[in-house]
Design a protein around this ligand. Structure first.
Ligand code: FES
Ligand code: FES
Length: 122
């Protein structure tokens, strides 16, 4: 629905089975795996995709810290990180790792992702 009917191609599909986090969107502010969410269950609720976060400081933090390699996981990473810093603007490394544990990166940019989230307000 997001990618093909609405043209919101920022949200990626990788596993399609709820394992990788590439498809993460915010559903009423809560990170949600869109690939396993039936569209009729979100009727009347607020869905925020990466397009809705294009001006979020986290986007610039990911670029500044070079936290993007192939970039395929990045939209989902930023969506999850946005929910984290909304709830906790200064998360510890452990809090970042816990909050981001559902977002896999096959390029292994985890140290840079942690740096981006740690310094998102800089
Ligand atoms: S595409 Fe992997 S969790 Fe949705
Ligand atoms: S940057 Fe390539 S999968 Fe994360």
């Amino acid at each position: 629905m997001l990618r093909e009917d609405l043209g919101l191609t920022g949200t990626k599909v990788a596993c399609g089975e709820g394992h990788c986090g590439a498809c993460t969107v915010l559903l009423d502010g809560v990170p949600t795996l869109s690939c396993i969410t039936l569209v009729h269950t979100v009727d009347g609720r607020q869905v925020t995709t990466i397009e809705g976060l294009r001006d979020h400081p986290l986007v610039h933090a990911f670029v500044r810290t070079d936290a993007v390699q192939c970039g395929f996981c990045t939209p989902g990473q930023i969506v999850s990180a946005a929910a984290l810093v909304e709830a906790n603007p200064t998360p510890s490394r452990d809090e970042i790792r816990h909050a981001m544990s559902g977002n896999l990166c096959r390029c292994g940019t985890y140290p840079k992702i942690e740096e981006a989230i740690s310094t998102w307000q800089d």
